[in-house]
Design a binder for this molecule. Structure first.
Ligand SMILES: *Cc1c(COP(=O)(O)O)cnc(C)c1O
Length: 435
């Protein structure tokens, strides 16, 4: 009964997080704009008072919250009751029918962040949290080192919040990602180099300019936003964890934080304890985490990216080793696929479920298929594949692989002739399948 009384008490704007903690040596820090341990150089992570959370958070308090990531505010590293809420999160969890059948799975769900708000990728989650915290810490200029989606998201949400914004991207990004950043009016630095070079430059700028870099000096707060991908799936499955998840890996942060999200829900009693198998997806042209997993290594050997999956092309992934560890201890896998398989993955998801994802999503679907074919996902497992970005942003990737419209004259007979040609082509395709 105390539970119920507390549940109806309005939440105070008190922080539920207690500070930052080094993931390696456990050293404690105040919750400032810090990201590296000064003793062992390990990454810092946000720590919470879980016994307080178990007492105050219930399924009902969450369900009474907004229809966005902020329904999980007590699990996020902000103090305010008035976060930047642009409708981020609570994206559809779609039970697939045709894709599941095609792959031979009984229960396959797609967590569809291709329609996340406001910029159609999972990055809206991490940026909403990072900029809310940036505002609390007094930053007036925010920035990021981006593979594309992060720049879209930082620019859009900074515009909404009235923060100054300067973003850094590799100069060779897809046109849709560049345009989808410029429209919000930030300063955009297109760096002639790959993401890892962009990131190194940004670390230097962060030290000299006092800006809030969402994925550098604000990284501990930023990365917590990805936990909501775990919370939402648990809630949308009726407060249960799935058996197996498949998610893309760039730095490995999203993957590790979905795991942290599930663990926290178990810890505070919102779901029953169970081991969820974690499988990760990379593009062969940038697969340092998959390589370390395959070779049973405890360290990542950086690579130079060369793949169409630019949004996940990080050659020196900061959280790679944590991702390897999670895949191992949950009896999951980390696999990579070729660019051709990525395109096939994008087409497969579009043609079976009507979801147009970008190259990162194509990577996830292609790895999902590969794992099922190798017997590494059981048909009986409730499996969730995380689709993290929208295909309209990476149109170049599929140009030339998806056919052309039939151009006709505005006359009925022109249409009839074209239709007959199309049906003949269709029949040929079917015959090939049947042979
Ligand atoms: C950034 C990104 C990811 C993964 O990022 P992590 O660095 O591993 O957290 C996955 N998919 C898309 C579309 C992205 O933009």
């Amino acid at each position: 009964m105390t539970q119920a009384t507390q549940a109806t008490t309005p939440t105070q704007s008190a922080a539920t997080f207690t500070g930052l903690k080094c993931k390696e040596c456990g050293a404690d820090y105040e919750a400032k704009a810090l990201h590296v341990c000064e003793f062992c150089f390990g990454p810092l992570e946000v720590a919470y008072d879980y016994s307080a959370l178990s007492r105050t958070v219930t399924r009902e308090t969450i369900q009474a919250g907004p229809n966005s990531i902020w329904r999980y505010r007590p699990f996020l590293p902000v103090q305010t009751n008035n976060p930047i809420d642009v409708g981020t999160g609570m994206t559809p969890l779609v039970q697939t029918n045709r894709l599941a059948r095609r792959l031979g799975l009984k229960r396959l769900y797609i967590k569809n962040d291709a329609v996340n708000m406001p910029t159609l990728s999972f990055k809206d989650r991490v940026v909403s949290v990072a900029l809310t915290r940036a505002r609390e810490l007094g930053f007036s200029t925010v920035s990021c080192a981006s593979t594309g989606n992060l720049a879209n998201s930082t620019a859009a949400i900074a515009a909404h919040a009235g923060l100054e914004c300067c973003v850094f991207i590799p100069a060779d990004l897809e046109a849709g990602k560049i345009l989808g950043t410029l429209i919000y009016g930030p300063t955009v630095m297109a760096v002639q180099g790959n993401y890892d070079q962009v990131n190194r430059l940004c670390s230097e700028v962060a030290n000299t300019h006092g800006w809030g870099f969402v994925n550098i000096n604000l990284r501990p707060y930023y990365s917590e936003g990805s936990k909501t991908l775990g919370y939402e799936v648990a809630e949308q499955l009726g407060w249960q964890l799935p058996d197996h998840i498949v998610a893309p890996l760039a730095s490995g942060s999203l993957f590790s934080k979905i795991h942290k999200g599930f663990q926290e829900f178990i810890k505070v009693g919102l779901v029953e304890d169970k081991t969820v198998r974690f499988s990760g997806a990379q593009a062969e042209g940038c697969s340092p985490i998959a390589q370390a997993f395959r070779e049973g290594r405890d360290f990542i050997t950086p690579v130079k990216p060369n793949t169409i999956a630019k949004s996940i092309a990080i050659g020196n992934p900061a959280d790679g080793i944590y991702a390897v560890d999670i895949a191992r201890k949950t009896n999951g896998n980390i696999e990579s696929v070729t660019d051709a398989e990525i395109i096939e993955g994008m087409k497969l998801l579009a043609e079976t479920e009507g979801i147009f994802t970008e190259t990162a999503g194509g990577t996830t679907i292609a790895v999902l298929k590969k794992l099922v074919e190798a017997g590494k996902i059981d048909p009986e497992e409730t499996t969730v594949a995380y689709i993290t970005g929208n295909g309209l942003k990476t149109q170049e990737a599929v140009q030339g692989y998806i056919g052309e419209p039939l151009t006709i004259e505005p006359k009925l007979d022109s249409f009839e002739r074209a239709l007959e040609r199309a049906q003949t082509l269709d029949r040929l395709e079917w015959q090939q399948v049947l042979v």
